[in-house]
Write a protein that binds this ligand. Structure first.
Ligand SMILES: Cc1ncc(COP(=O)(O)O)c(C=O)c1O
Length: 408
């Protein structure tokens, strides 16, 4: 497919890459906006195809045999995600969880050891801790903020470390450059779920990670109307994932969802900037409110890792967690009376969301923590937090909703 524009004379800025990086004219019509290509199959000539020396098929070198591996619309999204993350290539999946599955089942086999953050997105945490051991994979959960703990947990068979920064739901950060030094020195793959940060805040590959994952369902699509996921990184790693997960998992992203997600990428930078600016105002309001005991937001000086946030995040993001004395009552009032917030799970949409995450519930369903890990969890979340995902509304309206719910 032809490129849209001649090569720029110097590298494009990240915000420009969100609009232009990886985007191509339609080769037939020269349409400049992406089309939705619905065909499942594409014609080819016998003998077409490319295999690298180790026998791994580059399934994108034969466009576009079967939509289970890739399709023109999904491929555009993959190239745009690769451009945004500074990766050689990306592999898109039907959801963020499918991207994690694709990565785990590509790089881990029986007898291997995985280290995963003791706290991260519940679905992926449970996948790692409840399912992978059934396949003979050893799994350790470590607080990745403490690099000495990481070094101590590494075994001769450790193949992969899975980090999430900021992590769900604590908004705790991992020093990715420092962690990458540890993994590089030992030949361990470092994968970072950057869903909460987005490429607007952090580019994990530039900090030394090998793979970056996204739930595209969240900020990157940004409109709450399409599930998607992707994993991006070096060409050989992505090829390996595609040739296993693309062929065998059956978790291909649909062309329609790829198109919606690309529509979201067009406005990713201004959305993240506006939502971060609003979140900063909401966080400052909460911090000053007498009914609020703790606010965790990477942009607040009181965040336990504020210095790291300033170093590693270009914007502090749109997520806030906070503690109050009676979180259930406040959650009830928000669910019933809020004029703007919707009471719902998920994050990263254009409309603001709030949900109560009780520590006891998450300890029962998902996280098994050592006493030290539990103490750290409670430092961020106490007995439970209200999680806000700030959208694009006027922040004053959001503050008014919160003020009403916090004032008995
Ligand atoms: C950090 C993070 N990673 C991955 C996922 C999974 O994404 P999906 O819902 O697209 O499967 C989520 C979902 O909430 C998440 O918060």
């Amino acid at each position: 497919m032809p490129q849209v524009n001649p090569k720029p004379t110097r590298p494009l800025q990240a915000a420009t890459l969100a609009l232009k990086g990886g985007l191509m004219h339609d080769p037939v019509t020269q349409a400049i906006a992406p089309n939705i290509a619905m065909s499942v199959n594409h014609a080819f000539a016998p003998g077409d195809g490319a295999f690298s020396a180790d026998g791994v098929a580059d399934l994108t070198a034969l466009p576009f045999l079967y939509a289970g591996w890739t399709n023109p619309t999904v491929r555009q999204l993959e190239l745009r995600m690769a451009a945004l993350e500074g990766a050689d290539d990306a592999f898109a999946t039907a959801s963020g969880t499918a991207a994690a599955n694709a990565m785990f089942f590509t790089f881990l086999k029986a007898g291997d050891h995985l280290i995963i953050s003791d706290v991260c997105y519940a679905g992926v945490h449970e996948l790692a801790c409840k399912l992978l051991p059934d396949y003979g994979i050893e799994v350790s959960t470590v607080n990745l903020s403490y690099l000495d703990d990481v070094a101590a947990a590494i075994r001769p068979n450790t193949r992969l470390i899975h980090a999430e920064s900021p992590c769900n739901p604590l908004l705790r950060l991992t020093d990715l450059a420092a962690l990458a030094e540890i993994t590089r020195a030992r030949g361990i793959l470092l994968a970072v779920d950057s869903t909460f940060a987005t490429p607007v805040a952090t580019c994990p590959l530039a900090l030394g990670a090998d793979l970056v994952l996204h739930s595209l369902t969240k900020f990157i699509n940004g409109h709450g109307d399409a599930l998607g996921g992707c994993v991006a990184g070096r060409k050989d790693l992505v090829e390996r994932i595609r040739s296993r997960a693309g062929v065998y998992f059956g978790a291909a992203l649909s062309a329609q969802n790829a198109w919606l997600i690309m529509r979201g990428i067009d406005t990713l930078f201004p959305r993240m900037q506006a939502m971060s600016a609003s979140a900063a105002k909401v966080a400052a309001f909460l911090q000053a409110h007498p009914a609020v005991s703790t606010v965790i937001y990477p942009g607040l000086a009181s965040h336990p890792q504020h210095a790291l946030a300033q170093r590693q995040m270009r914007v502090p993001g749109a997520l806030i967690i906070f503690q109050v004395r009676d979180p259930e009552a406040v959650a009830q009032r928000l669910a019933r009376d809020a004029a703007v917030f919707d009471y719902a799970f998920s994050i990263g949409h254009q409309r603001s969301l709030v949900v109560l995450l009780k520590t006891q519930d998450l300890l029962q369903s998902t996280f098994t923590l050592t006493p030290a890990q539990l103490a750290d969890y409670r430092r961020y979340a106490g007995d439970g937090v209200l999680r806000l995902s700030i959208g694009l509304e006027d922040p004053q309206d959001l503050i008014d909703d919160l003020d009403r719910a916090l004032t008995l």
